[in-house]
Structures are given as C-alpha cells and as structure tokens.
Ligand binder design. Structure first.
Ligand SMILES: [Fe+2]
Length: 522
C-alpha cells in the first residue's frame, strides 16, 4: 500500500516538475507577447483592483474575469478548470507595449539660476566595473554633466566632452571619495579622487592616495538642476554603493545622510531644503566607507551603515498605466480569480486572491495562499541558469523562455545581481511569469490542486493570503476553524507567525500540506 502511494506521489511530482519545461510536441511556435500584473494581489469582495496589461506587439483582444478552480494542466491533477464570471461582461481591449525601466537610483530637483559654481562630492564604491554606468549626474535643459565608469576608469562628461578623472583604474568593492568643483563662468573643473587606507595593505600600494586633475570644459549653463545618483541624464544606471552625497550650488549646500530613516523612500536634506527620492528600491542600511567591521548590524552603528546600494537591474514597481480599474462585486465568493486576456497575440492570465467581504459570512475553512513564497520565487531563473538543487533545463515553457529573453523583469531571492550581491527585495508590482496557472511546477500551480481538492469536497472554503495575515494579523485567521496551507509555505513574517500561533492557541486547527515550510523570515 505504502509503495503504491509513493508511486502515485512520484508520478504527480514528476508531472508537476515537467511543467518546468514543455514537451517537444507541445512546443508553441510563437513566443509569449502579452504580460501583466494586478494591484493588489489579494483583496476582499467589494474592493477595487487594477489590471496592468502589456503586449510587445499591438494587439486587440478580450478581457474577462475567470474563477480558477484548478490551474494544473498535467494529467496527474484533477484537470485544468476555470469559469468565466457571469457578472463581468468581457471587454474589448487594445493592448500596446508598456515599458520596463529597471535600475534603482536617487533624484532631487534643486533651484538654480545660472549658477557660477557647482560642487559635488560623495563616497562611491563600484561593485560591477565590467559594465559601464553613470555614478552621478546633474542636468537641466540643454546642460548635462555625468560622472561615469567606463570599465575600470573614471570619467567626467561635460556636455559632449569627456575627461579621464583618474589615471589609475578603479578597483571593485573599494571606497573612493570624489569631489568635483565646477567653475562654470571660468569653465574650469577640479576633480579630486581620494582613496583611504583599506584592510588590504597590498592593494593599498596601488590604490591609496589622492588624485587631482584640472580641466577646461565647454560652456555649460544650468537653471533648475536635476541631481541624480546612480543614473545618467538618459538611462545609464550604475551598480555600486554611494554615501554622504553633497551638492553646493553657489552658496546653497545640500547634504543627505543615509544613516537614518532606513525605510524612507524620500529623504530630506540636512536642514530640510531639498528632498532626495529613491526609485526602484535600492538597498539601504548597507556598510559605508567608515565601517570598522566591529559591528555586524546597521542598528548598532547606523552611521557606519550609511551607504545605499544601487543595481542596474533593481525593479520594484513597473509603474505601468492601469489598463482596467474594477470594483469587485460585494457578493463575489471568495476564491482564486484571474484576469484573462485573449488576443491575436496570445493569451495571458493574471491571478489574484479574493477574501469574502468583511461583513459577509465566512467559511469554517480557508486555504492560505503562500503569497510571500510566491514573491520570494518571483521571476526566478533557476531553470534557465540552474541552481544547487535544480539543473538548467532546455525546452523551456513560454513563461520561462520569456524570462530568459527579458532580463528587465527583475530578479527573485534565488538569484544574485550581476555584481554578486544578493537580491534583497522582490515585488509583485511587475509581471511575475511563474505566478500563472500551469507556468511552473512549484508553488502556485500545485497550490491550485489543493484548491481543486477542497472544491471537490464541497466544504465551501475561503481563500486567504499571506499578505492578509501579515496586514490584519489574527483578525485574518480568526473567522476560521481550519486553515489549510499551500504546498510550499516557506516564507513567513514575524507578524504572520505570531498571528498563526495565537490562532492555534485559541483553538484553530492547522493542516500543514506543504514541504520545507516555515523556513525563512521575511
Ligand atoms: Fe523553497
């Protein structure tokens, strides 16, 4: 008996993992063109949701809403099952391309009226010198100055003219202090690059010291100045860390400290005269130029964790225009739903999770969709690039082939940035190719098998997501006598675990149907 059930389990697993790649007979001719995402991912009946769609080729098609009972197309499952929502009449929608512009950076806009002098200084630590990038820039209409690395060399671009700012090559992961004094009326620039002692005496022989250069620059006139870190005037993102940026426009000085307000997306300058906004979520609270190595966490000495780490492939929010804004009906039953777009260029489904309206009758049983785990794996590239527990595969499904062809979709926690640093943040405000029925043998698709199983049992179960538990705590679980987990509820926040524990102590009964669950903290 046991060997029989083991055999069946083996078959199911094999078939699910075959979802990681498509069979040769099944190979679709055309590549995937349509993607999208929605906001929020989890909501209550009666609340508002937005769908953001994009197609690489202009296309017309129909959007409808489907209830997804089972998103598993394999033979071992109960069979793919979705039902269009009768209360939502399909809409004719033309889709064009919405762009993805990854790369974290910081930006502020400063008043300036034809200034005579502009001085910029900051610490920088390059982490990816094999890629050219713009470390900082200032511009206004018709005027631009960029500080950039071209391979291992540091350049300044003043209008159309470029100068080498330091004769010696830069070294990856070493801190440099740059001061650029720009005398616009005299058309003179002084560039000073200081390299303090590091913990590598040998490398210090090649790198330590101060390099000063002076140049004559073309005529450049600024009015309002846009000052950016890790970004150029047009694109030009950069990989590395920056600390203690300062800009002085004539007599007006603006300085930002990155040592406080670690969660802030907008930082006031010291004195509050200007706001620096972070875009696409660079990593805050990372070690800066004065880190002694004696403290091991930012909260112990935040002045030593005063750097910001930028990556050219960070993507927090695709920022597309909503294609549809829609209020869910108050009486919509709790469940897994998808925006389904079917057009000339193909089909795409964007799932979301619906709880009952707050005032509605709740079921005794809820399936807890592990959305934190979905986020951790979002757009993972393990099947493309391989990982320690799975080899790279050929013959990929369209969703994975799409990921292989589009690096601009942002990474998952299972990858590293090209500079070797870990991916700290994952986001749902972008297309997530595996969060689609049948797209991947992990997580979402097998979780819909559990949904189909509970549907088959006719226990009238509700759907709840990790986000609901994180946000609402115990209140999200309290209506239920039984919570059924997903197949891989791996990532939990403290708030989620606290809520679950309290709910269990109050008599709640947990059915843990996953593997490798309750493992990482988010
Ligand atoms: Fe996992």
């Amino acid at each position: 008996m046991e060997s029989k059930s083991r055999q069946v389990t083996g078959q199911i697993l094999t078939q699910l993992f075959e979802l990681h790649q498509t069979s040769p007979q099944n190979q679709p001719g055309d590549s995937k063109q349509i993607t999208g995402y929605c906001e929020p991912l989890s909501l209550r009946a009666g609340e508002q949701i937005q769908w953001f769609g994009s197609s690489h080729v202009p296309t017309s098609g129909q959007l409808d809403l489907v209830r997804l009972d089972c998103g598993d197309p394999t033979r071992s499952g109960p069979g793919f099952a979705e039902h269009p929502l009768e209360s939502f009449s399909a809409l004719d929608i033309e889709l064009g391309e919405q762009p993805l512009v990854p790369g974290s950076f910081a930006e502020t806009v400063l008043p300036a009226v034809d200034p005579k002098t502009v001085s910029i200084s900051f610490w920088f630590q390059p982490t990816l010198l094999k890629r050219d990038g713009v470390i900082a820039s200032i511009h206004s209409k018709g005027a631009a100055i960029e500080i950039l690395n071209k391979g291992e060399y540091l350049f300044g671009r003043f209008g159309a003219t470029e100068f080498l700012l330091r004769e010696r090559p830069l070294e990856r992961r070493r801190w440099y202090f740059l001061r650029l004094n720009i005398e616009l009326t005299r058309r003179r620039v002084t560039a000073m690059v200081t390299t303090p002692q590091s913990t590598s005496p040998g490398r210090d022989l090649l790198q330590m010291g101060e390099d000063t250069k002076e140049f004559e620059i073309p005529d450049i006139a600024f009015n309002e100045i846009v000052f950016r870190l890790a970004a150029g005037v047009e694109g030009g993102r950069w990989d590395g860390r920056i600390a203690e940026p300062e800009i002085v426009i004539d007599e007006a000085a603006y300085i930002w400290s990155f040592a406080d307000d670690m969660e802030a997306a907008v930082l006031e300058s010291v004195g509050g005269a200007a706001e620096l906004a972070f875009h696409q979520l660079p990593a805050r609270g990372v070690t800066g130029p004065h880190w002694s190595g004696e403290q091991q966490r930012w909260s112990e000495a935040s002045d030593q964790w005063n750097a910001v780490h930028f990556h050219h492939d960070d993507l927090y929010d695709a920022g597309w225009s909503p294609t549809l804004t829609f209020d869910l009906p108050e009486d919509l039953p709790s469940g897994i739903y998808c925006f389904r777009y079917q057009g000339d260029a193909g089909i795409d489904r964007v799932p979301f999770f619906v709880r009952p309206a707050a005032t509605a009758v709740h079921s005794d049983i809820a399936l807890l969709m592990p959305t934190c785990t979905y986020m951790a794996y979002a757009n993972h590239r393990m099947l493309i690039e391989g990982a320690d527990f799975v080899g790279a595969r050929s013959n990929l499904r369209p969703e994975h082939r799409y990921l292989a062809e589009h690096r601009d979709l942002g990474l998952s926690h299972y990858e590293k940035h090209p500079d070797g640093s870990g991916v700290m943040f994952s986001s749902r405000r972008r297309p997530i190719l595996q969060l689609r029925p049948g797209a991947d043998g992990w997580n979402f698709t097998p979780d819909t098998d559990l949904n189909a199983f509970l549907t088959h049992l006719e226990v009238n179960h509700d759907i709840v997501s990790d986000e609901d538990v994180h946000t609402d705590g115990l209140a999200a679980l309290a209506p239920y006598r039984v919570i059924v987990t997903g197949t891989h509820p791996e990532y939990w926040s403290t708030a989620m675990l606290d809520a679950l524990e309290e709910w269990q102590r109050n008599g709640g009964r947990l059915m843990y149907l996953g593997g490798n669950g309750f493992y990482w903290r988010v």
